[in-house]
Design a protein. Structure first.
Lengths: 226, 286
Protein backbone atom coordinates (compact mmCIF):
# COMPACT_ATOMS: atom_id res chain seq x y z
CA UNK A 1 0.00 0.00 0.00
CA UNK A 2 2.81 2.42 0.94
CA UNK A 3 4.61 1.52 -2.28
CA UNK A 4 1.46 2.34 -4.22
CA UNK A 5 1.24 5.73 -2.47
CA UNK A 6 4.86 6.52 -3.29
CA UNK A 7 4.37 5.39 -6.88
CA UNK A 8 1.27 7.56 -7.31
CA UNK A 9 2.98 10.52 -5.66
CA UNK A 10 5.92 10.20 -8.04
CA UNK A 11 3.57 10.16 -11.01
CA UNK A 12 1.75 13.20 -9.70
CA UNK A 13 5.07 14.95 -9.03
CA UNK A 14 6.21 14.26 -12.60
CA UNK A 15 2.89 15.47 -13.99
CA UNK A 16 2.97 18.69 -11.92
CA UNK A 17 6.46 19.49 -13.18
CA UNK A 18 5.35 19.00 -16.78
CA UNK A 19 7.24 15.79 -17.55
CA UNK A 20 4.23 14.20 -19.23
CA UNK A 21 3.46 17.32 -21.23
CA UNK A 22 7.08 17.46 -22.37
CA UNK A 23 7.02 13.82 -23.42
CA UNK A 24 3.72 14.21 -25.25
CA UNK A 25 5.37 16.91 -27.40
CA UNK A 26 8.59 14.91 -27.85
CA UNK A 27 6.63 11.82 -28.85
CA UNK A 28 4.76 13.84 -31.46
CA UNK A 29 8.04 15.23 -32.84
CA UNK A 30 9.71 11.79 -32.88
CA UNK A 31 6.69 10.31 -34.65
CA UNK A 32 6.83 12.99 -37.33
CA UNK A 33 10.57 12.30 -37.75
CA UNK A 34 9.90 8.56 -38.10
CA UNK A 35 7.24 9.12 -40.74
CA UNK A 36 9.58 11.44 -42.60
CA UNK A 37 12.22 8.70 -42.91
CA UNK A 38 12.28 6.05 -45.67
CA UNK A 39 10.37 2.98 -44.52
CA UNK A 40 13.41 0.67 -44.40
CA UNK A 41 15.18 3.05 -42.02
CA UNK A 42 12.35 3.27 -39.54
CA UNK A 43 13.14 0.10 -37.60
CA UNK A 44 16.70 1.12 -36.67
CA UNK A 45 15.73 4.79 -36.23
CA UNK A 46 12.95 3.79 -33.85
CA UNK A 47 15.37 1.57 -31.90
CA UNK A 48 17.84 4.45 -31.54
CA UNK A 49 15.10 6.92 -30.62
CA UNK A 50 13.57 4.56 -28.05
CA UNK A 51 16.90 3.55 -26.54
CA UNK A 52 18.29 7.09 -26.38
CA UNK A 53 15.20 8.78 -24.98
CA UNK A 54 12.26 6.99 -23.37
CA UNK A 55 14.36 3.99 -22.34
CA UNK A 56 17.13 6.11 -20.87
CA UNK A 57 15.09 9.07 -19.65
CA UNK A 58 15.52 7.87 -16.05
CA UNK A 59 19.22 8.63 -16.19
CA UNK A 60 18.58 12.30 -16.95
CA UNK A 61 15.26 12.94 -15.25
CA UNK A 62 16.24 11.30 -12.00
CA UNK A 63 18.73 14.13 -11.50
CA UNK A 64 15.99 16.72 -11.90
CA UNK A 65 13.51 14.81 -9.75
CA UNK A 66 15.86 14.05 -6.84
CA UNK A 67 17.39 17.54 -6.91
CA UNK A 68 13.88 19.05 -6.80
CA UNK A 69 13.04 16.79 -3.89
CA UNK A 70 16.26 17.76 -2.14
CA UNK A 71 15.53 21.46 -2.67
CA UNK A 72 12.14 20.91 -1.00
CA UNK A 73 13.76 18.83 1.79
CA UNK A 74 11.27 16.00 1.36
CA UNK A 75 13.96 13.27 1.67
CA UNK A 76 14.42 14.52 5.26
CA UNK A 77 10.86 13.46 6.04
CA UNK A 78 11.14 10.12 4.29
CA UNK A 79 14.33 9.40 6.24
CA UNK A 80 12.42 9.55 9.53
CA UNK A 81 9.29 7.81 8.29
CA UNK A 82 8.44 4.12 7.89
CA UNK A 83 9.30 4.36 4.16
CA UNK A 84 12.02 1.90 3.15
CA UNK A 85 14.78 2.88 0.76
CA UNK A 86 13.81 -0.05 -1.46
CA UNK A 87 10.23 1.26 -1.69
CA UNK A 88 11.52 4.71 -2.61
CA UNK A 89 13.70 3.24 -5.38
CA UNK A 90 10.98 0.92 -6.74
CA UNK A 91 8.44 3.77 -6.84
CA UNK A 92 10.86 5.97 -8.79
CA UNK A 93 11.78 3.20 -11.21
CA UNK A 94 8.15 2.17 -11.67
CA UNK A 95 6.79 5.66 -12.25
CA UNK A 96 9.42 6.53 -14.87
CA UNK A 97 9.00 3.13 -16.53
CA UNK A 98 5.33 3.90 -17.15
CA UNK A 99 6.28 7.00 -19.18
CA UNK A 100 9.08 5.11 -20.93
CA UNK A 101 6.73 2.32 -21.98
CA UNK A 102 4.00 4.68 -23.17
CA UNK A 103 6.40 6.72 -25.32
CA UNK A 104 8.20 3.60 -26.60
CA UNK A 105 4.88 1.99 -27.55
CA UNK A 106 3.84 5.07 -29.53
CA UNK A 107 7.18 5.18 -31.38
CA UNK A 108 7.25 1.44 -32.01
CA UNK A 109 3.73 1.52 -33.43
CA UNK A 110 4.62 4.52 -35.60
CA UNK A 111 7.66 2.63 -36.93
CA UNK A 112 5.57 -0.49 -37.50
CA UNK A 113 7.81 -2.86 -35.54
CA UNK A 114 7.06 -6.59 -35.77
CA UNK A 115 7.52 -7.62 -32.15
CA UNK A 116 6.02 -4.95 -29.92
CA UNK A 117 6.18 -7.02 -26.68
CA UNK A 118 9.94 -7.57 -27.18
CA UNK A 119 10.51 -3.85 -27.85
CA UNK A 120 8.58 -2.95 -24.72
CA UNK A 121 10.42 -5.59 -22.65
CA UNK A 122 13.72 -4.12 -23.82
CA UNK A 123 12.48 -0.62 -23.04
CA UNK A 124 11.44 -1.69 -19.56
CA UNK A 125 14.78 -3.38 -18.84
CA UNK A 126 16.71 -0.37 -20.18
CA UNK A 127 14.50 2.06 -18.27
CA UNK A 128 15.08 0.20 -15.01
CA UNK A 129 18.86 0.11 -15.55
CA UNK A 130 19.14 3.79 -16.51
CA UNK A 131 16.83 4.96 -13.73
CA UNK A 132 18.88 3.03 -11.18
CA UNK A 133 22.03 4.68 -12.53
CA UNK A 134 20.21 8.02 -12.26
CA UNK A 135 19.20 7.40 -8.65
CA UNK A 136 22.73 6.34 -7.69
CA UNK A 137 24.19 9.54 -9.13
CA UNK A 138 21.41 11.92 -8.03
CA UNK A 139 21.52 10.65 -4.44
CA UNK A 140 25.19 11.61 -4.16
CA UNK A 141 25.25 15.04 -5.77
CA UNK A 142 24.04 18.51 -4.80
CA UNK A 143 23.73 20.42 -8.06
CA UNK A 144 22.63 19.95 -11.65
CA UNK A 145 26.15 20.68 -12.88
CA UNK A 146 27.51 17.85 -10.78
CA UNK A 147 24.77 15.59 -12.09
CA UNK A 148 25.57 16.37 -15.73
CA UNK A 149 29.27 15.76 -15.05
CA UNK A 150 28.62 12.39 -13.42
CA UNK A 151 26.25 11.16 -16.13
CA UNK A 152 28.85 11.63 -18.90
CA UNK A 153 30.80 8.43 -18.09
CA UNK A 154 27.54 6.46 -17.87
CA UNK A 155 26.43 7.84 -21.23
CA UNK A 156 29.78 6.98 -22.80
CA UNK A 157 29.74 3.47 -21.37
CA UNK A 158 26.14 2.80 -22.37
CA UNK A 159 25.20 4.65 -25.54
CA UNK A 160 28.30 4.26 -27.71
CA UNK A 161 28.54 0.43 -27.41
CA UNK A 162 24.78 0.04 -27.84
CA UNK A 163 24.61 2.08 -31.05
CA UNK A 164 27.71 0.34 -32.46
CA UNK A 165 26.12 -2.99 -31.55
CA UNK A 166 22.91 -2.05 -33.34
CA UNK A 167 24.88 -1.51 -36.55
CA UNK A 168 26.80 -4.76 -35.90
CA UNK A 169 30.25 -3.17 -35.87
CA UNK A 170 31.22 -4.82 -32.57
CA UNK A 171 32.64 -8.31 -31.98
CA UNK A 172 30.17 -11.10 -31.14
CA UNK A 173 31.13 -11.29 -27.47
CA UNK A 174 29.91 -7.71 -27.04
CA UNK A 175 26.41 -9.15 -27.39
CA UNK A 176 26.65 -10.13 -23.72
CA UNK A 177 27.24 -6.56 -22.59
CA UNK A 178 24.02 -5.69 -20.69
CA UNK A 179 23.23 -2.44 -22.54
CA UNK A 180 23.77 -4.25 -25.84
CA UNK A 181 21.30 -6.89 -24.68
CA UNK A 182 18.85 -4.06 -24.01
CA UNK A 183 19.50 -2.62 -27.49
CA UNK A 184 18.90 -6.05 -29.02
CA UNK A 185 15.53 -6.24 -27.29
CA UNK A 186 14.59 -2.64 -28.10
CA UNK A 187 15.29 -3.38 -31.77
CA UNK A 188 12.96 -6.38 -31.56
CA UNK A 189 15.50 -9.21 -31.34
CA UNK A 190 15.48 -11.98 -28.76
CA UNK A 191 18.56 -11.79 -26.53
CA UNK A 192 20.71 -14.80 -25.69
CA UNK A 193 19.87 -16.45 -22.37
CA UNK A 194 23.35 -15.70 -21.03
CA UNK A 195 23.11 -12.07 -22.16
CA UNK A 196 19.72 -11.67 -20.54
CA UNK A 197 21.01 -13.27 -17.33
CA UNK A 198 23.93 -10.82 -17.22
CA UNK A 199 21.59 -7.86 -17.80
CA UNK A 200 19.28 -9.10 -15.04
CA UNK A 201 22.24 -9.62 -12.69
CA UNK A 202 23.49 -6.12 -13.44
CA UNK A 203 20.01 -4.73 -12.72
CA UNK A 204 19.95 -6.53 -9.37
CA UNK A 205 23.38 -5.15 -8.46
CA UNK A 206 22.33 -1.63 -9.48
CA UNK A 207 19.20 -1.95 -7.36
CA UNK A 208 21.21 -2.95 -4.29
CA UNK A 209 23.68 -0.12 -4.89
CA UNK A 210 21.01 2.52 -5.52
CA UNK A 211 19.17 1.48 -2.35
CA UNK A 212 22.44 1.94 -0.46
CA UNK A 213 22.95 5.39 -2.06
CA UNK A 214 19.43 6.43 -1.01
CA UNK A 215 20.11 5.30 2.55
CA UNK A 216 23.30 7.38 2.53
CA UNK A 217 21.37 10.38 1.18
CA UNK A 218 18.77 10.02 3.91
CA UNK A 219 21.47 9.73 6.54
CA UNK A 220 23.06 12.95 5.34
CA UNK A 221 19.76 14.82 5.03
CA UNK A 222 17.57 13.26 7.68
CA UNK A 223 16.97 14.36 11.20
CA UNK A 224 16.42 17.83 12.52
CA UNK A 225 19.25 20.27 13.10
CA UNK A 226 19.02 20.70 16.82
CA UNK B 1 8.09 5.13 41.86
CA UNK B 2 10.43 5.99 39.02
CA UNK B 3 8.76 7.64 36.02
CA UNK B 4 8.64 5.58 32.85
CA UNK B 5 11.28 6.70 30.36
CA UNK B 6 10.70 7.42 26.70
CA UNK B 7 14.43 7.94 26.12
CA UNK B 8 17.28 6.41 28.10
CA UNK B 9 20.82 7.24 27.05
CA UNK B 10 23.66 5.60 28.94
CA UNK B 11 27.34 6.25 28.44
CA UNK B 12 26.78 7.20 24.80
CA UNK B 13 29.87 7.81 22.69
CA UNK B 14 30.17 8.48 19.00
CA UNK B 15 32.84 9.71 16.65
CA UNK B 16 33.05 10.54 12.98
CA UNK B 17 36.85 10.26 13.09
CA UNK B 18 39.29 8.89 15.65
CA UNK B 19 38.51 11.84 17.91
CA UNK B 20 35.40 11.30 20.06
CA UNK B 21 32.60 13.67 19.06
CA UNK B 22 30.12 12.64 21.73
CA UNK B 23 31.55 11.02 24.79
CA UNK B 24 30.10 9.49 27.92
CA UNK B 25 26.69 11.10 27.57
CA UNK B 26 23.93 9.86 29.87
CA UNK B 27 20.43 11.20 30.41
CA UNK B 28 16.84 10.08 30.32
CA UNK B 29 13.61 11.70 29.21
CA UNK B 30 10.38 10.64 30.87
CA UNK B 31 7.17 9.99 29.03
CA UNK B 32 5.12 13.16 28.87
CA UNK B 33 8.12 15.41 29.40
CA UNK B 34 9.21 18.38 27.29
CA UNK B 35 12.97 18.15 27.09
CA UNK B 36 15.06 20.90 25.53
CA UNK B 37 18.49 20.79 23.93
CA UNK B 38 20.59 23.93 24.01
CA UNK B 39 24.04 24.39 22.61
CA UNK B 40 26.12 26.29 20.09
CA UNK B 41 26.60 25.10 16.53
CA UNK B 42 28.84 22.04 16.30
CA UNK B 43 28.21 21.06 19.89
CA UNK B 44 26.85 17.64 18.95
CA UNK B 45 23.11 18.32 19.04
CA UNK B 46 22.45 17.23 15.45
CA UNK B 47 24.57 14.14 15.89
CA UNK B 48 22.79 13.26 19.12
CA UNK B 49 19.45 13.75 17.43
CA UNK B 50 20.48 11.57 14.50
CA UNK B 51 21.45 8.85 16.95
CA UNK B 52 18.11 9.19 18.75
CA UNK B 53 16.30 8.98 15.41
CA UNK B 54 18.17 5.77 14.57
CA UNK B 55 20.08 7.31 11.68
CA UNK B 56 23.60 6.93 13.07
CA UNK B 57 23.97 3.43 14.36
CA UNK B 58 27.70 3.05 14.97
CA UNK B 59 27.64 4.47 18.47
CA UNK B 60 28.93 2.93 21.68
CA UNK B 61 26.86 2.71 24.82
CA UNK B 62 23.12 2.43 24.98
CA UNK B 63 20.41 4.59 23.47
CA UNK B 64 16.87 3.37 24.08
CA UNK B 65 13.97 5.23 22.47
CA UNK B 66 10.48 3.97 23.21
CA UNK B 67 11.99 0.68 24.34
CA UNK B 68 14.03 0.14 21.15
CA UNK B 69 17.80 0.24 21.01
CA UNK B 70 18.34 2.81 18.25
CA UNK B 71 21.03 0.82 16.45
CA UNK B 72 18.60 -2.10 16.16
CA UNK B 73 15.62 -0.10 14.99
CA UNK B 74 13.42 -1.20 12.13
CA UNK B 75 11.34 1.13 9.98
CA UNK B 76 8.39 0.42 12.29
CA UNK B 77 10.31 2.47 14.89
CA UNK B 78 9.20 5.63 13.03
CA UNK B 79 5.50 4.92 13.51
CA UNK B 80 5.77 6.59 16.91
CA UNK B 81 8.07 9.49 16.02
CA UNK B 82 7.02 12.83 14.56
CA UNK B 83 9.64 15.32 13.43
CA UNK B 84 9.01 19.02 12.83
CA UNK B 85 11.90 20.45 10.84
CA UNK B 86 12.90 24.09 11.02
CA UNK B 87 12.60 24.37 7.23
CA UNK B 88 9.67 23.47 4.99
CA UNK B 89 9.62 19.80 4.04
CA UNK B 90 6.57 19.83 1.77
CA UNK B 91 6.06 19.15 -1.91
CA UNK B 92 5.75 22.74 -3.08
CA UNK B 93 3.49 22.09 -6.07
CA UNK B 94 0.96 20.15 -4.02
CA UNK B 95 -1.64 21.77 -1.79
CA UNK B 96 -1.42 21.63 1.98
CA UNK B 97 -4.16 19.04 2.15
CA UNK B 98 -2.57 16.89 -0.57
CA UNK B 99 0.74 16.98 1.30
CA UNK B 100 -0.89 16.01 4.60
CA UNK B 101 -2.87 13.23 2.93
CA UNK B 102 0.28 11.82 1.34
CA UNK B 103 2.46 11.95 4.45
CA UNK B 104 -0.26 10.45 6.65
CA UNK B 105 -0.62 7.57 4.17
CA UNK B 106 2.96 6.48 4.91
CA UNK B 107 2.01 5.35 8.41
CA UNK B 108 0.02 2.34 9.53
CA UNK B 109 -1.73 4.24 12.32
CA UNK B 110 -5.03 5.93 11.65
CA UNK B 111 -4.11 9.57 11.09
CA UNK B 112 -5.63 12.67 12.65
CA UNK B 113 -8.06 14.53 10.45
CA UNK B 114 -6.07 16.90 8.20
CA UNK B 115 -8.96 19.39 8.30
CA UNK B 116 -8.96 19.48 12.09
CA UNK B 117 -5.20 19.96 12.27
CA UNK B 118 -5.31 22.72 9.66
CA UNK B 119 -8.08 24.41 11.62
CA UNK B 120 -6.11 24.06 14.84
CA UNK B 121 -3.31 26.26 13.46
CA UNK B 122 -5.57 28.59 11.48
CA UNK B 123 -4.84 27.23 8.00
CA UNK B 124 -8.30 25.85 7.18
CA UNK B 125 -8.96 28.52 4.54
CA UNK B 126 -5.63 27.80 2.84
CA UNK B 127 -5.97 24.02 2.80
CA UNK B 128 -6.33 23.87 -0.98
CA UNK B 129 -3.60 26.38 -1.71
CA UNK B 130 -0.28 25.17 -3.12
CA UNK B 131 2.47 25.14 -0.50
CA UNK B 132 4.65 27.21 -2.86
CA UNK B 133 2.19 30.08 -2.31
CA UNK B 134 2.42 29.87 1.49
CA UNK B 135 4.29 32.44 3.59
CA UNK B 136 7.16 31.35 5.84
CA UNK B 137 4.93 31.38 8.91
CA UNK B 138 2.23 29.33 7.17
CA UNK B 139 4.81 26.76 6.06
CA UNK B 140 6.10 26.59 9.61
CA UNK B 141 2.62 25.87 10.96
CA UNK B 142 1.95 23.31 8.24
CA UNK B 143 5.25 21.58 8.97
CA UNK B 144 4.33 21.43 12.62
CA UNK B 145 0.97 19.74 12.11
CA UNK B 146 2.58 17.26 9.71
CA UNK B 147 4.58 15.98 12.67
CA UNK B 148 1.33 15.44 14.60
CA UNK B 149 -0.54 13.68 11.77
CA UNK B 150 0.12 10.10 12.84
CA UNK B 151 -0.31 10.88 16.54
CA UNK B 152 3.26 9.88 17.51
CA UNK B 153 4.37 9.27 21.08
CA UNK B 154 7.61 11.21 20.59
CA UNK B 155 7.76 14.62 18.93
CA UNK B 156 10.99 16.27 17.81
CA UNK B 157 10.41 19.98 17.33
CA UNK B 158 13.06 22.20 15.83
CA UNK B 159 12.41 25.92 16.36
CA UNK B 160 8.62 25.45 16.19
CA UNK B 161 7.83 29.13 16.70
CA UNK B 162 10.46 30.49 14.33
CA UNK B 163 9.06 33.05 11.88
CA UNK B 164 5.68 33.24 13.59
CA UNK B 165 3.84 36.33 14.77
CA UNK B 166 3.08 36.49 18.51
CA UNK B 167 -0.50 35.25 18.06
CA UNK B 168 0.44 32.19 16.03
CA UNK B 169 3.43 31.59 18.26
CA UNK B 170 1.02 31.46 21.20
CA UNK B 171 -1.23 29.05 19.31
CA UNK B 172 1.71 26.73 18.59
CA UNK B 173 2.92 26.83 22.18
CA UNK B 174 -0.58 25.99 23.39
CA UNK B 175 -0.71 23.01 21.01
CA UNK B 176 2.68 21.83 22.30
CA UNK B 177 1.43 22.04 25.87
CA UNK B 178 -1.77 20.21 24.89
CA UNK B 179 0.32 17.43 23.33
CA UNK B 180 2.30 17.21 26.55
CA UNK B 181 -0.96 17.03 28.51
CA UNK B 182 -1.96 14.12 26.23
CA UNK B 183 1.14 12.28 27.41
CA UNK B 184 3.39 12.97 24.43
CA UNK B 185 7.12 13.27 24.96
CA UNK B 186 8.62 16.28 23.23
CA UNK B 187 12.23 17.01 22.32
CA UNK B 188 12.49 20.70 21.70
CA UNK B 189 15.21 22.89 20.39
CA UNK B 190 14.87 26.62 20.24
CA UNK B 191 17.07 29.64 20.52
CA UNK B 192 14.09 31.53 21.91
CA UNK B 193 14.90 31.53 25.62
CA UNK B 194 11.44 32.68 26.57
CA UNK B 195 9.92 29.68 24.78
CA UNK B 196 12.45 27.32 26.33
CA UNK B 197 11.79 28.61 29.83
CA UNK B 198 8.03 28.48 29.28
CA UNK B 199 7.76 25.10 27.59
CA UNK B 200 10.58 22.87 28.78
CA UNK B 201 10.37 20.73 31.89
CA UNK B 202 14.12 20.24 31.64
CA UNK B 203 16.93 21.63 29.50
CA UNK B 204 20.26 20.03 28.62
CA UNK B 205 23.19 22.29 27.79
CA UNK B 206 25.41 20.55 25.27
CA UNK B 207 28.94 21.68 24.50
CA UNK B 208 31.74 19.73 22.82
CA UNK B 209 29.69 16.54 22.78
CA UNK B 210 28.99 16.59 26.49
CA UNK B 211 26.09 17.63 28.67
CA UNK B 212 27.35 20.52 30.81
CA UNK B 213 24.15 21.05 32.75
CA UNK B 214 20.75 19.42 32.92
CA UNK B 215 17.89 20.72 35.00
CA UNK B 216 14.60 22.59 34.81
CA UNK B 217 14.90 26.13 33.43
CA UNK B 218 13.77 27.47 36.80
CA UNK B 219 16.42 25.54 38.71
CA UNK B 220 19.09 26.47 36.19
CA UNK B 221 18.23 30.13 36.57
CA UNK B 222 17.95 29.96 40.31
CA UNK B 223 21.17 27.99 40.63
CA UNK B 224 23.11 31.03 39.58
CA UNK B 225 21.68 32.79 42.59
CA UNK B 226 22.18 36.14 40.99
CA UNK B 227 18.63 37.39 40.95
CA UNK B 228 18.73 41.03 42.00
CA UNK B 229 16.28 43.81 42.78
CA UNK B 230 16.98 47.15 41.15
CA UNK B 231 15.16 50.24 42.34
CA UNK B 232 15.19 53.95 41.62
CA UNK B 233 14.22 57.06 43.58
CA UNK B 234 14.54 60.83 43.31
CA UNK B 235 17.26 62.51 45.31
CA UNK B 236 19.20 65.22 43.50
CA UNK B 237 18.03 63.62 40.30
CA UNK B 238 17.17 59.98 39.73
CA UNK B 239 19.24 57.54 41.75
CA UNK B 240 19.32 53.79 41.41
CA UNK B 241 20.62 50.89 43.46
CA UNK B 242 20.51 47.11 43.46
CA UNK B 243 20.60 44.43 46.07
CA UNK B 244 20.46 40.62 45.88
CA UNK B 245 16.92 39.29 46.06
CA UNK B 246 17.78 37.23 49.11
CA UNK B 247 18.94 40.31 51.04
CA UNK B 248 16.03 42.67 50.39
CA UNK B 249 14.93 42.67 54.02
CA UNK B 250 18.35 43.88 55.17
CA UNK B 251 18.61 46.76 52.68
CA UNK B 252 17.88 49.68 54.96
CA UNK B 253 17.66 52.24 52.15
CA UNK B 254 15.11 50.16 50.29
CA UNK B 255 13.11 49.66 53.46
CA UNK B 256 13.04 53.37 54.18
CA UNK B 257 12.15 54.26 50.57
CA UNK B 258 9.22 51.82 50.76
CA UNK B 259 8.15 53.23 54.09
CA UNK B 260 8.26 56.79 52.69
CA UNK B 261 6.64 55.82 49.38
CA UNK B 262 9.55 57.36 47.50
CA UNK B 263 10.30 54.55 45.10
CA UNK B 264 10.00 55.50 41.43
CA UNK B 265 10.51 51.99 40.10
CA UNK B 266 11.45 48.56 41.36
CA UNK B 267 12.02 45.33 39.48
CA UNK B 268 13.74 42.02 39.90
CA UNK B 269 16.15 40.81 37.24
CA UNK B 270 16.82 37.10 36.98
CA UNK B 271 19.56 35.89 34.69
CA UNK B 272 18.28 34.48 31.41
CA UNK B 273 18.96 30.95 30.23
CA UNK B 274 21.47 32.45 27.83
CA UNK B 275 23.28 34.10 30.77
CA UNK B 276 23.28 30.77 32.56
CA UNK B 277 24.52 29.01 29.46
CA UNK B 278 27.37 31.49 29.02
CA UNK B 279 28.16 31.28 32.70
CA UNK B 280 28.38 27.48 32.67
CA UNK B 281 30.02 26.95 29.31
CA UNK B 282 31.76 30.21 28.57
CA UNK B 283 30.14 30.20 25.12
CA UNK B 284 27.14 31.80 23.46
CA UNK B 285 24.27 29.79 22.06
CA UNK B 286 24.38 30.94 18.45
Amino acid sequence: MRLKRLFLLDMRFQAKYGFYFLYAILTAIYTIVLFALPEHWRGKAAAILIFSDPASMGLFFMGAIVLLEKSQHTPCVLAVSPVRAAEYVIAKVGSLSVVSLAVAAALALAAGVDDLPMVLSGTLLSSVIFTLFGIMIAAQIGSLNQFILWTVPVEAACFVPAVLHLFKVTPAWCGYYPVNVCMDMVSGHYPSAAGFFLAAAMTALLFVRSRFCVLQMWERMGGVKL
Amino acid sequence: MEEESMITVENLSFSYTKTPFISGMSFSVSKGEIFGFLGPSGAGKSTLQKILMGMLRTYQGSCLVNGTECKNRTKHFYEEIGVDFEFSTMYEKLTAKENLRFFSSLYEKKPHSADELLKMVGLERDADKRVADYSKGMKSRLNFIKALLHDPLLLCLDEPTSGLDPTNSRVMKNVILEEKARGKTILLTTHNMQDAAELCDREAFIVNGKICALDSPHHLIMSKGAAAVTYTWLENGEQSASCPLGQVSSDERLKSLIAENRLRSIHSSEPTLNDIFMDITGRTLL
